[in-house]
Design a protein around this ligand. Structure first.
Ligand code: PAF
Length: 282
């Protein structure tokens, strides 16, 4: 596995592959890799002949009071895992490579409607930072396919919309969430949890699964499901930002005829803000 820190080196390597006729898959990450990231890499290897992974803890997607400084950074271990997983190229840029000038004065992208809802309501500016860095990385790598985890469902929908609206020549491939044996969705932020909190955090998934079962049984009072599940999470000591039932395709509130739904939750437990979701097909 080759590791590069600068955009011209990244482009040179990828151009050489292209000249040989190879297809390219790209997995953008913020590092501190776990089994969920390795699943993305495995799927990337099925989708293309060459696999590029980036590790960049993107400052513009963190709010001023969020965990940018504390976010776990483990580049040496990450590189070992990516090498073992058969990645061809690791892009490990420094902040000045992606943001050579003050990010506050740079061009950015926004995806109207989807930005301020759900997580966007509680993390102002977050998706603007995500969309902007993902657009930059896609322009730098120019892959045939880019892979994102379905755990960050709103992020996935925003990136699909960004790619469609700006006519980017890349296919976006969502990969199902990888879970711990107790159901907890794998996340770098799980490292903030104590063992006891990890058990309690698994209840998020249990409540999503039960709410999905309510819908499949014919319950159609969505507001009641959302209200009652939130209250139950509070009773368990979690602090939910939202528990919401939406349309899978655009995350708008569903109407009676909608059959492709997604139930999304974001909740605080201790120092960790956890997100998860399940898709429901009625
Ligand atoms: O999902 C993530 O790890 C990040 O939001 C991403 C897509 C790498 C952008 O920084």
């Amino acid at each position: 596995m080759q590791t590069v820190a600068f955009i011209p080196d990244l482009r040179r390597t990828i151009r050489a592959w292209r000249d040989q006729g190879s297809s390219v898959a790209f997995v953008p990450t913020m590092g501190n890799l776990h089994a969920g990231h390795i699943r993305l890499v495995e799927e990337a290897k099925r989708q293309a002949e060459r696999v590029v992974v980036s590790i960049f803890v993107n400052p513009t997607q963190f709010g001023p009071s969020e965990d940018f400084a504390a976010y776990p950074r483990t580049p040496a271990q990450d590189a070992g895992k990516l090498q073992a997983a058969g990645v061809d190229l690791l892009f490990l840029p420094g902040t000045s490579e992606l943001y050579p000038s003050d990010p506050a004065a740079m061009t950015f992208v926004e995806v109207p409607g989807l930005f301020d809802d759900l997580c966007g309501r509680f993390r102002p500016g977050h998706f603007r930072g995500v969309a902007t860095v993902v657009l930059k990385l896609l322009n730098q790598v120019q892959p045939d396919v880019a892979l994102f985890g379905e755990k960050d469902y709103q992020q996935l929908i925003i990136i699909r919309r960004l790619v469609a609206d700006l006519d980017l020549p890349v296919r976006i491939h969502g990969v199902p969430t990888v879970r711990e044996p107790n159901g907890l969705a794998m996340s770098s932020r799980n490292g903030y949890l104590t063992p006891e909190e990890k058990n309690r955090a698994a209840l998020l998934y249990a409540h999503l699964v039960e709410a999905a079962a309510d819908l499949r049984r014919g319950e159609r009072d969505l507001a009641r499901i959302e209200r009652e599940r939130s209250a139950q999470l509070v009773a368990l000591g979690l602090r939910p930002d939202y528990f919401a039932i939406r349309r899978q395709d655009d995350l708008s509130p569903p109407g009676p005829a909608d059959a492709r739904l997604v139930i999304l939750v974001a909740a605080w437990l201790g120092a960790a803000r956890l997100i998860d979701n399940v898709q429901v097909f009625l």
